[in-house]
Design a protein around this ligand. Structure first.
Ligand SMILES: Nc1nc2c(ncn2[C@@H]2O[C@H](COP(=O)(O)OP(=O)(O)OP(=O)(O)O)[C@@H](O)[C@H]2O)c(=O)[nH]1
Length: 325
């Protein structure tokens, strides 16, 4: 995305929700510690609850704490949220991801509605992450999630059974964690920035953070010289392919021949006209997640490519996908 004009730059805003004590702060702290070059803005309603490591904190001004690794942490209540999000996603802040920890703010559903309000040109909805207790997952919340994080797998006898219970009801992606150790790459593309010669504080903290290492996100890349069938691609994305947390890329649609940018988080799909005429006659897609069946996913995507035997697309065929614009 770095080739785009700053006006085009959008920052995903991810909402983290879940019951009291389920591991939301652990997850947010893990993201901050493992941010590497990615600049994360965190919105909480109380710094104390987050308990950011003192070592990570570089400076504090009123309700904003700037962390030594370029991340920012802010406090607000629900009323101040939209103004704060507009500030945090403004190009001048240089943030790559904003995470809103929902505890105590409001109902997750309300917040999603607020985040989806298209008032801020730089913010894009990055998905609802619901943290669940592996020992007693709230299945109602699991249904709402774009990404359900089943945390506390170290505290249950049968982690696979805990994951299967959630997978049975979740529409979006499901990932298991211990101590909130979620790979940030599941939420945002890693950004590499020049590193100082010294170890950063986040790196130092990570050295002592060994047991909470995360399962690395995987990616599967697909490309085709031929355009895709919008209906089949939409059905593939809507089904929430197993293990896929995010998908992104550009696709040319059979029929109208237009080029679209596609981004998904769980089963939340977003498309927009590709901002740059990307040099593809067909499709380039990357699927990001855990436990991916590469061969199966490639095969499924090959099935979305328009074939010579397909009937002529109707005038409205593209709507199957472009209705998400
Ligand atoms: N054993 C174990 N403990 C965990 C795990 N995740 C979090 N904890 C501990 O559980 C407690 C609560 O975790 P937090 O991350 O503060 O939970 P929270 O959801 O942010 O809590 P609230 O902000 O109070 O809603 C802390 O003492 C954590 O260290 C886990 O996967 N396994």
């Amino acid at each position: 995305m770095s080739h785009r004009h700053p006006r085009d730059r959008t920052v995903p805003v991810v909402l983290v929700a879940g019951h009291l004590g389920v591991g939301k702060s652990s997850l947010v702290n893990h993201l901050l510690r493992h941010a590497d070059g990615t600049r994360i803005g965190v919105v909480v309603n109380d710094f104390g609850a987050l308990g950011i490591d003192a070592m990570l904190v570089a400076g504090q001004a009123d309700s904003v704490t700037s962390l030594a690794n370029g991340c920012l942490c802010c406090t607000t209540d629900a009323d101040g949220l939209s103004d704060l999000l507009a500030d945090l996603t403004a190009p001048a802040t240089g943030l790559d991801l904003v995470v809103v920890e929902a505890s105590g703010l409001a109902e997750p559903r309300e917040l999603v509605r607020l985040l989806l309000a298209p008032t801020d040109p730089h913010a894009v909805y990055g998905g609802l992450v619901v943290v669940l207790d592996a020992a007693d997952p709230d299945l109602e919340q699991a249904r709402l999630a774009d990404l359900a994080v089943v945390n506390g797998l170290d505290r249950v006898d049968d982690p696979d059974a805990a994951l299967a219970t959630v997978r049975a009801v979740a529409a979006g992606a499901v990932v298991g964690t211990r101590h909130g150790a979620l790979d940030p790459a599941l939420l945002v593309d890693p950004v590499s920035r020049p590193k100082p010669a010294q170890l950063g504080l986040d790196e130092l903290l990570r050295e002592v953070d060994g047991p909470h290492a995360h399962d690395e996100a995987q990616s599967v890349s697909f490309s085709s010289e031929q355009p895709v069938d919008p209906g089949r691609l939409a059905a593939f994305l809507e089904a929430g392919p197993a293990g896929v947390v995010r998908a992104k890329g550009v696709v040319r649609l059979a029929g109208d021949g237009e080029l679209w940018e596609v981004q998904t988080v769980g089963t939340a799909i977003r498309v927009r006209p590709a901002p740059v005429r990307a040099a593809t006659s067909g499709a380039r897609l990357v699927l990001i997640g855990t436990g991916l069946d590469e061969a199966g996913l490639i095969q499924a995507l090959e099935g979305c490519v328009a074939g010579a035997d397909d009937p002529e697309p109707t005038e409205h065929a593209a709507l199957a996908l472009t209705r998400y614009a």
